[in-house]
Design a binder for this molecule. Structure first.
Ligand code: SF4
Length: 292
């Protein structure tokens, strides 16, 4: 029996959802949304399936969700599961519908103070697909005990729906062109969603490697780079200043004694080439005569 259970559990891996699923929706600026992740989830399913921390959380969440639905069944007569719907091509599959209200169960390690943005969008699309009200039930189960918090979900506003649909279009166009989005400007390796992303190594691995070798020296590098920039600016200014003086220098090859300085002038003649005219190149060398 143990073997059978193990095999079943092995099959219960976190699924890679189609990019056109309500749970994948969002748009730029929404907390924890990343277009690149959405596209990568589609391209690199093996990253998701092989990401052990995610699988652990998924399995834990699955058990909590099953137990939670069982409790709902005991308390309510009208409890429906396994229902799928669609909204403008988006697949929608709510966890459970209780007395004509969608209930989305989210297992969490900390009960949030308000509905998380991506959950709000997912539930909002479910409401549109089924024309029903929706609640999000956050459930925390740990050594401290069990905690539950239920939030009503407000319907999505028209302008937000437009943003979500527009973002979906962009995702699909990117996938059709076999491209992938750049790392968004607002993402950082040590912050959510990157810090817990199955594609982290594809976005930030190089940075990690550099961190390993340069973490101690990076301040020094930064100072040198700043100094280098300043010097470059100074060199440019000095070059311009020198050129002003050189305008008054002789333009014929030869050596000229000017006060206590010996000025050598060499002229490389330019000329007409097949395609272009080469100008004369004049080089100056100036030396202070010893003892003068
Ligand atoms: S690591 Fe960050 S930037 Fe890269 S795909 Fe994941 S969430 Fe997006």
């Amino acid at each position: 029996m143990e073997d059978i259970i193990r095999k079943v559990l092995e099959r219960k891996k976190a699924k890679v959802f189609s990019p056109l699923t309500a749970s994948q929706c969002g748009y730029e600026g929404i907390q924890d949304y990343c277009r690149r992740k959405r596209v990568f989830d589609f391209y690199f399913k093996e990253n998701v399936e092989g990401f052990e921390p995610l699988q652990e959380i998924f399995l834990r969440g699955l058990f909590i969700e099953m137990a939670y639905i069982e409790i709902l069944r005991q308390e309510y007569k009208d409890v429906k599961t396994g229902i799928t719907g669609y909204y403008k091509g988006l697949k929608v599959d709510p966890d459970v519908i209780v007395n004509d209200k969608i209930v989305e169960i989210k297992s969490v390690s900390r009960i949030p103070e308000k509905v998380k943005e991506l959950h709000r969008i997912q539930a909002g699309i479910q409401m549109l697909a089924f024309n029903l009200k929706s609640e999000i039930h956050y459930v925390k189960v740990d050594s401290e005990g069990i905690d539950v918090k239920v939030y009503d979900v407000e319907p999505l506003k028209q302008e937000e729906i437009a943003k979500i649909l527009d973002e979906n279009k962009k995702v699909i166009e990117t996938i059709k062109k076999n491209e992938y989005p750049e790392i968004p400007q607002d993402k950082m390796p040590n912050k959510s969603p990157c810090s817990f992303c199955p594609h982290y190594h594809m976005c930030w691995q190089e940075q990690e490697q550099i961190n390993l070798t340069l973490s101690v020296e990076i301040d020094k590098y930064y100072e040198l780079r700043q100094r280098y920039k300043e010097l470059n600016r100074e060199v440019k200014d000095l070059k311009e200043e020198l050129e002003k003086w050189e305008k008054a220098f002789p333009k014929e090859s030869g050596r000229y004694l000017i006060g206590k300085y010996l000025l050598s002038v060499s002229v490389i003649k330019g000329g007409q080439e097949i395609k272009y005219i080469k100008p004369d190149i004049i080089r100056y060398h100036i030396k202070k005569e010893e003892g003068k």
